[in-house]
Write a protein that binds this ligand. Structure first.
Ligand code: NAD
Length: 364
């Protein structure tokens, strides 16, 4: 059956990296006998320039109807001055909410060829394979009441309903079953009632997964452990705000922002995007690293289309290109072969065929 994908290239380097990811996706789909239909729409600043809003209703509706959504990045100094209600970032919140993608998945696994690119010692990170599962549509980012009162106080509300915790916990345990069967639930249960409640419900969900080991960790300790001994983690399950911070921290174990993909999934839809922003400082120069976006497409094949085989083929091609020494500027320590955004995309496409016959890692 034909898969419908909505593509939002966005701003800055967004269109450059998405262009390469599309090439890889088309080739992988062709190899795997998948029929694709891609439609592209403006989002963020690009949409503000044309329509005066960061995301047209019509395009949000199209995204809701699609099987999966691929996003580049939004924002840039040009739109920092627009009124807050129509800022480019509003489009991201509208998409996440509209698609009901309540689980944000961010893998942090260093590529062997890039172990030296990390700011941490090679032996600390060499066996790292973490998946941060962040709750994405609840918690303090959405709780009400919120606001700033007469210039005297600012306030937000941290609230989680049982249902919200249960569904994200189930997602984390399901994913752990496909990995090393270890979940670390991160909270601040020594201080916050919401966290005490979170802990109780996670324990309840864990009872349905006897093969999975569950630990609880306070968020301050977790922030420290990710740097001290990241190899101890498999799946980190946490709320929206803690997850925002910890997933950035965990992903930096592996080096450049330009390498890191993400998936936001719900019960049916998926939104796939690199974790980096629109990088206005390098936009239009052809130097952006497209690997994060290409790896996001690999996540799409795995999580939205259940094609782990094709996802592995893309992951394998990325590993090959790095082993062969090809480097965009952000990961080039002077010893590699410098390539542009487009060359990196093309070289990955060339290696897809070569990795197809090998068995993939099967990693989630
Ligand atoms: P950024 O991620 O865009 O850039 C941070 C640094 O990393 C820059 O030096 C940039 O050149 C570099 N970088 C990022 N991606 C790269 C890539 N693929 N290849 C090589 N180098 C790369 O973060 P920022 O500078 O804080 O934000 C720039 C704009 O992006 C802002 O408007 C911000 O609001 C927006 N933003 C959007 C998203 C999103 O769309 N999801 C996320 C973060 C920031």
């Amino acid at each position: 059956m034909k898969k419908h994908i909505i593509v939002f290239p966005g701003d800055g380097i967004g269109p450059e990296v998405v262009g390469q990811a599309k090439k890889v996706l088309v080739k992988a789909a062709e190899m795997g006998g998948m029929d694709l239909d891609m439609q592209e729409f403006p989002i963020g600043g690009a949409s503000i320039d044309i329509y005066g809003v960061p995301l047209k209703d019509e395009y949000l509706k199209a995204a809701k109807r699609a099987d999966a959504v691929l996003l580049g990045a939004v924002g840039g100094p040009k739109w920092d001055v627009v009124e807050p209600s129509i800022r480019p970032e509003k489009a991201l919140l509208a998409l996440r909410k509209g698609l009901k993608t309540y689980a944000n998945l961010r893998p942090a696994r260093p590529y062997p060829a890039l172990l030296k690119a990390s700011t941490l010692k090679e032996d600390v990170i060499k066996d790292v394979d973490i998946l941060v599962v962040r709750e994405l549509t609840g918690g303090i980012y959405f709780g009400r009441p919120r606001g700033i009162k007469e210039g005297k106080k600012g306030y937000n509300t941290l609230v989680y309903a049982r249902k919200e915790i249960e569904r994200i916990a189930k997602k984390a345990f399901d994913l752990a079953m496909l990995r090393k069967r270890h979940v670390t639930s991160v909270d601040k249960a020594n201080i916050l009632e919401t966290s005490m409640f979170w802990r109780e419900i996670v324990k309840g969900v864990a009872a349905g997964y006897p093969e999975v080991r569950l630990d609880h960790m306070y968020v301050d300790n977790c922030a420290m452990q990710i740097i001290r001994a990241p190899g101890q983690f498999d799946v980190i399950l946490t709320d929206n705000m803690f997850g925002d911070i910890l997933s950035d921290e965990a992903s930096m174990l592996t080096g450049s922002l330009g390498m890191l993909p993400s998936a936001s999934i719900g019960d049916r839809k998926g939104l796939f995007e690199p974790i980096h922003g629109s990088a206005p400082d390098i936009a239009g120069k052809g130097v952006a690293n497209p690997i994060a976006t290409i790896a996001s497409v690999a996540m799409m094949l795995k999580y939205s289309f259940n094609r782990v085989d094709l996802s592995d083929v893309i992951e394998g091609a990325i590993e090959r290109v790095l082993e062969d020494g090809l480097r965009t500027k952000d990961i080039d320590d002077g010893t590699g072969i410098s390539v542009s955004t487009e060359q990196m995309g093309e070289e990955i496409v060339k290696r897809l065929g070569r990795t197809a016959s090998q068995t993939g890692s099967g990693k989630v």
